[in-house]
Design a protein around this ligand. Structure first.
Ligand code: CTP
Ligand code: MG
Length: 335
């Protein structure tokens, strides 16, 4: 492969700021959606507390990490203190309880990779998945949300990247492409690496928040209101960042040797992580380290076929950003 690292961006790039921001604005959920989510959470909480007084419900994923689009489903985690519980039993019990209320399509999927109860609330129109004791997801949701409060360009970039990935069919983990969570980590890493940096590395600062979950110590700086203006020394516009993001993944990233790591705020080597060869189903063809479960590569779903699809899509996007007269149309064209 021929790495054509491009440093010169098109001269009229800032003409694209307004259309990108318009797309971002059109995807942001309305305030009334948040209210409906709260209403459904309150209903679920009432049922859960009746059965398990010590349990708690947490929102996680895109409905809580600030990277969710309008009209999305919500992800909920039921936290039951006891680590030895049988998750299937809890989920079956939970489904029974919720069926007795007027919730629709209540189903316990106990054999899924992440076992859940699914349901739809006809009052708010919201669908929801409830899992049990998936607390690392609750904590990584907080980390992503905290990052998004530091510089608005993260949320703007991630919305555009997610929208691109969904339009182009490369946001499907079951087909070997990447999860939304992985794309957001790619955006955070990218903004940490700009010069001057637009985001700090929260896990490499004074610890103001620390919890132990599933034998993993999760600690980072979470007083992000103190970091307002952190990125202001860097004046790059959203259009410049979208251009540079795709240029990085198309032509600059070293797929053979590098792991992106928001935990360290930089690149770590595949060799240091022993991610140089295929073990079982983990192929490590694109490496994205989870910030807390550091042995997890979010790129592990990517196989020999889908890495080609992904890289061709990054190249297509980079070419469009460089040459196309109307990138905001072409970039999001259905595949
Ligand atoms: N998650 C995780 N590890 C993964 C995938 C997901 O911990 N390998 C957790 C993260 O907390 C993430 C949540 O599950 O925020 C939901 O993941 P995903 O469906 O990828 O992202 P959403 O943010 O819900 O995106 P979408 O808007 O596409 O639903
Ligand atoms: Mg989701």
């Amino acid at each position: 492969r021929n790495y054509r690292s491009r440093t010169e961006c098109r001269g009229d790039i800032n003409r694209l700021n307004a259309p990108f921001l318009a797309i971002y604005e059109s995807l942001i959920p309305a305030e009334e959606e948040k209210q409906k989510q709260k209403q459904l959470m309150a209903l679920l909480d009432k049922h859960v507390k009746e059965e398990w007084p010590g349990a708690r419900l947490f929102l996680y994923g895109s409905c809580a990490n600030s990277f969710g689009f309008r009209k999305s489903d919500i992800d909920v985690c039921l936290a039951i203190g006891d680590a030895d519980i049988n998750k299937s039993e809890i989920l079956l019990k939970l489904a029974d309880i919720l069926k007795s209320d007027n919730l629709e399509n209540v189903q316990a999927l106990t054999r899924a990779r992440v076992p859940i109860v699914k349901l739809m609330d006809p009052v708010t129109g919201i669908s929801c998945d409830i899992c049990v004791n998936n607390l690392l997801a609750v904590i990584n949701t907080k980390l992503l949300r905290d990052y998004s409060k530091i510089d608005v360009r993260l949320r703007q970039l991630a919305f555009i990247v997610k929208h691109w990935a969904k339009s182009r069919g490369v946001n499907e983990t079951y087909q070997g492409t990447l999860s939304s969570y992985a794309y957001v980590l790619m955006c955070i890493h990218f903004l940490q690496q700009r010069s001057p940096s637009i985001l700090p590395c929260l896990q490499d600062m004074e610890i103001t928040y620390s919890v132990n979950v599933d034998n993993v110590k999760c600690s980072f700086f979470d007083q992000v209101e103190k970091l307002q203006g952190f990125g202001s020394r860097n004046g790059e516009s959203i259009a410049q960042l979208v251009w540079a993001f795709f240029n990085y993944w198309a032509y600059c990233h070293d797929y053979a040797n590098d792991v992106i790591s928001i935990r360290t705020g930089s690149i770590v080597s595949k060799r240091a992580k022993d991610w140089t060869r295929r073990i079982g189903n983990d192929r490590h063809l694109i490496c994205i380290e989870d910030p807390f479960e550091v042995s997890h590569d979010l790129g592990r779903v990517v196989d020999k076929r889908s890495i080609r699809v992904l890289r061709e899509e990054f190249e297509r996007a980079a070419e469009i950003m460089q040459h196309d007269p109307n990138p905001c149309v072409k970039l999001f064209e259905p595949y």
